[in-house]
Ligand binder design. Structure first.
Ligand code: ATP
Ligand code: MG
Length: 562
């Protein structure tokens, strides 16, 4: 390929070098995304997916999906399906077919035999404790196994017997014969095959020996013809083992491993194991609870694939561990929806307002723009009449300084309609505010010359007669943005008060939208219609509020956005 690509990060710089050095034929690029199907994917995987598939696209190459299903006990089909759905939703296409490490069990077995024949692997009879205890540590070399110098013939026979089911779980393992005093502990004769009499979700009972990840991974990459095998930083010390295992592979073009830093985001837990614990303990409603940092949770919360891809693009690829502030992700979805999402009025904590001088039998329509930042989205007709709802927090009986919303004796504008004067409060026996009585200044209708009269506050409102009931879900973070590691278990830190449901009132246009539609509720944030909606009631999730804490943060730190 002649076309030169400018490197946006160090991984691209490495790929450019491979192309320049003709490491792979015609500068081909084939990356892979290799999830273990033991849970739902999370925001960290979004990063890995965007990186791997992004490189495939940028270099006119392709990307494989390979399920790392080398552990028969843990994997489930439910997870396989959810993972594929997530990748598709993010907008990426893998190279068909979908791969499974288990597809290669026969070849991996042959590779292991080959290592034995090369004198590079042996069957060890030691127990896992003995193997563990003789590994040594950073300061002390390991101790060689008494079985380390078995003949090739004996090793081949024993390994075959392991495969044929002659031995019980843990009775024997196959180990790489490398160096028990290697400074890198990973290289001290790692186990590469173990016996597990357990049923695999794809291969059934065909196998009772299973390869370990460290062995299966590089060789699966090699079999598929992967070029750059991109993984997270914790695998850096295992790279020598990755390359060592490739000795069993005869092909001309061998994959190479490149590491990058994991993505961490404040408030978000990025471990499938911990997320599973949250699901199983019931602190959330499931893997797709809109508070969850899983892709399915984030999707249901209302994030767009575009916003997630943009997020990954903007945070870039680093070689040092870091934590991204959640407000940056929120900034990305706001930016995406700003011009895409129509705006409608919904009062999420309603208080009734009676416009006492407005005729009881009259109703009119006022014209309101659908998105002031996107003129092409046009306008709509919104019903208006004598009884309306406003937001409880938009009223204050004794206003604090600089409160320009509704307050007794003062005027405010009702968005798109009239200026009204607040005359009187009606309270119940307990003194709780029941309704507010106002009078309309009919000369101030929006769109007429009288509308020029200025008042400080403009409120959103919903006309009572045509209002639509909406259950409005407001979310807090599951983990505090200020969380620090104080030794407590994460389950103790999960915010169980992170969901509040309000009975809101929306303008009738909301009925024209389907599940999955997103809008801005004027002054209240971005929302999506949730799948829990029924014919009787619409349910909306707040995706994000309107206040841009990221921009604020940037101002404080004296930086621009992005
Ligand atoms: P978990 O601990 O959540 O199970 P994992 O790394 O074990 O994560 P895998 O299914 O093995 O999950 O991961 C698939 C790919 O996603 C791997 O290449 C892994 O490096 C990458 N990945 C996982 N977590 C992150 C993260 N936080 N940031 C970036 N990449 C990640
Ligand atoms: Mg894993």
């Amino acid at each position: 390929m002649e076309e030169r690509q400018e490197a946006a990060n160090f991984i691209e710089a490495e790929i450019n070098k491979d192309i320049a050095n003709n490491v792979y034929e015609n500068g081909r690029v084939l990356t892979r995304f290799p999830p273990e199907p033991n849970g739902y994917l999370h925001i960290g995987h979004v990063k890995s997916i965007c990186l791997n598939f992004g490189l495939g696209e940028k270099y006119h190459g392709e990307t494989n999906v390979r399920f790392d299903d080398t552990n028969p006990a843990k994997e489930e089909v439910e997870y396989v399906n959810s993972i594929l759905e997530d990748i598709k939703w993010l907008g990426f296409k893998w190279k068909e077919p979908v791969h499974y490490a288990s597809d290669y069990f026969p070849q991996l077995y042959e590779f292991a035999c080959k290592l034995i024949r090369m004198g590079l692997a042996y069957v060890d009879d030691q127990t896992s404790e003995e193997i563990h205890d003789t590994r040594g540590d950073f300061l002390h070399p390991g101790k060689e196994s008494p079985w380390r110098n078995r003949s090739v013939e004996e090793n081949l026979q024993l390994f075959q017997e392991m495969k044929n089911g002659k031995y019980k779980d843990g009775e024997k393992v196959l180990r790489a014969k490398i160096d028990m005093s290697a400074p890198n502990v990973v290289m001290r004769d790692p186990v590469i095959y173990r016996i597990l009499h357990s049923t695999h979700h794809r291969t059934g009972n065909t196998w009772c020996i299973y390869p370990l990840y460290d062995f299966a991974h590089p060789l699966s990459d090699a079999i598929e013809g992967i070029t750059q095998s991109i993984c997270t930083l914790e695998f850096e010390e295992r790279r020598p083992l990755y390359n060592w295992c490739l000795q069993a592979f005869d092909g001309k073009e061998k994959p190479r491993q490149i590491e990058f830093a994991r993505l961490n985001v404040t408030t978000m837990i990025t471990s499938k194991r911990k997320l599973r614990k949250m699901v199983e303990s019931g602190v959330v409603s499931g893997w797709d609870d809109p508070r969850m940092p899983t892709i399915s949770g984030i999707r249901r919360r209302g994030y767009t694939p575009e916003s997630l891809r943009r997020f990954c693009e903007l945070i870039g690829v680093a070689k040092a561990d870091n934590v991204v502030d959640i407000s940056f992700l929120e900034y990305c979805i706001r930016e995406d929806l700003k011009t895409k999402a129509p705006r409608i009025m919904t009062v999420i904590d309603p208080v009734k307002v009676v416009l006492t001088n407005y005729p009881e039998d009259k109703m009119e329509y006022v014209t309101i723009e659908n998105n002031p930042e996107q003129e092409t989205m046009g306008t709509r007709q919104v019903p208006f009449g004598r009884i309306i709802y406003i937001e409880r927090e938009d009223f204050m009986e004794t206003p604090v300084k600089k409160f320009f919303r509704m307050t007794p004796g003062k005027e405010v504008r009702l968005k798109g309609a009239y200026i009204v004067h607040c005359d009187e409060l009606i309270k119940d026996e307990k003194g709780k505010l029941k309704e507010i009585h106002c009078t309309v200044d009919f000369d101030t209708r929006s769109g007429t010359p009288g509308a020029d009269r200025k008042v400080k506050g403009t409120l959103h409102w919903v006309y009572a007669d045509t209002a639509v009931d909406v259950a409005v879900r407001l979310y807090d973070y599951l983990i505090s943005p200020d969380d620090v590691d104080d030794g407590r278990d994460f389950m103790e830190k999960v915010n169980t008060d992170s969901l509040v449901v309000m009975n809101g009132k929306a303008e009738p246009v909301i009925k024209e939208y389907d599940v999955g539609s997103r809008f801005q509720f004027l002054r209240k944030g971005y929302f999506i219609i949730d799948k829990d909606s029924t014919k009787k009631q619409i349910v909306c999730n707040r995706i994000v509020g309107l206040r841009d804490t990221w921009a604020k943060l940037q101002k404080i730190m004296g930086k621009g956005n992005g």
